[in-house]
Design a binder for this molecule. Structure first.
Ligand code: XMP
Length: 333
């Protein structure tokens, strides 16, 4: 039997009872595979790596070493939430690496989207590998691979062309050889969420909208600067706050802010005020291959606009992206 093929007989996990059964089964499989040895995990705080972390903590406790790499391109509060939930609440063995300067220094002056993606992907592996080499006696690498990832790599192996070089954790350098632990590799995303809730992870983490591996790096268009990145992070936090309080967050698949590398003339306190525009994007999709635009009530758009322009240093306009995919991709880079 192919271990990377979901058996037809496998029941879809749709309830807490089914999730509990899956968890019990995986906990004992992990214990059997790992014994008393150590496992390493790159914990981004996304749904998949968080669920894998929670499963492994349940199975092997402190034998799991979670490494959270903050590449400086996270959304507001995200790295802090990882430390709070895994470091404090779940008392995990967590290594927190603030690699902001490493990433932003390498990205300085780089405006080509694919070059940016490559730099972020490569550096992520470098930072993670540096941490892995520092740790002793680790034999396993846990990964939050899910079934769509496996289906996607089958498609790529068949020669289908990708529009962008999406990155998650790629291959590690040759000197680092680990046996893989992939407890959710046969699950679909909706099942991962049901399992996450059954494991007691916070709702906001389990239902977090997808966030690209290169993070805000592909939303701070062109060459990233720290001031524009900071403005993007604040504007994005306001958008999320307003979507949460208005209930839109439950209805829209993905929503975020993009800040291009251009300024326009505006006015503030009776003076000329040159600033960047914040572009809002809110899309619905089933599989991210095509996407439609969510109609956001005007009153909410107006409130978001007045908050962002009043509260965020450097932003003087708010625009709303009306482009479906195709012709736009969901992200701008
Ligand atoms: P695009 O922009 O290609 O995005 O229409 C489709 C979906 O994929 C997300 N995305 C990524 N996810 N690593 C990821 O894990 C990446 O490098 C990456 N780039 C884009 C994007 O947010 C959207 O949901």
């Amino acid at each position: 039997m192919d271990p990377n093929k979901r058996p037809e007989s496998m029941q879809r996990i749709t309830s807490k009872a089914l999730a509990d059964a899956f968890i019990a089964e995986q906990v004992s499989a992990i214990q059997k595979q790992v014994g008393n040895r150590k496992v390493l995990l790159a914990l981004s705080g996304g749904v998949d790596s968080s669920v894998v972390a929670a499963l492994l903590i349940k199975a092997i406790g402190k034998q799991l070493i979670c490494v959270h790499v903050n590449h400086g391109l996270m959304r507001k509060g995200e790295s802090e939430a990882v430390v709070e939930i895994f470091g404090k609440t779940l008392d995990a063995n967590l290594v927190y690496v603030d690699a902001t300067d490493r990433f932003l220094d390498l990205l300085a002056g780089v405006s080509d989207p694919e070059k940016k993606r490559k730099i972020i992907g490569r550096e992520f592996i470098e930072v993670f590998a540096d941490e892995a080499r520092r740790l002793e006696g680790v034999e396993f690498l846990a990964q939050g691979t899910i079934y769509p990832d496996i289906l996607e790599s089958v498609k790529q192996a068949e020669g289908k062309k990708a529009v962008k070089s999406h990155h998650n954790v790629g291959g590690l350098p040759e000197d680092l050889k680990f046996e893989l632990v992939e407890p959710i590799k046969l699950l679909y995303k909706d099942e991962v969420r049901v399992v996450g809730e059954a494991l007691g992870l916070p709702h906001a983490m389990v239902y977090r909208q997808p966030f690209p591996g290169p993070g805000l790096g592909v939303r701070c268009l062109g060459a990233i600067t720290r001031d524009r990145l900071a403005a993007l992070r604040e504007a994005d936090a306001i958008l999320r706050d307003e979507f949460d309080t208005s209930g839109l967050a439950e209805k829209v698949w993905q929503f975020f802010v993009v800040v291009p590398d251009m300024k326009s003339v505006g006015v503030k306190d009776d003076s000329r005020y040159e600033g960047w525009p914040a572009i809002i994007r809110a899309v619905n999709t089933k599989d991210a291959m095509t996407a439609s635009i969510e109609e956001i009530p005007y009153a909410i758009l107006a409130k978001i606009t007045s908050r962002i322009t009043a509260e965020v240093e450097g932003i003087n306009r708010v625009l709303y992206d009306l482009t479906p995919k195709p012709t736009g991709t969901i992200e701008w880079e």
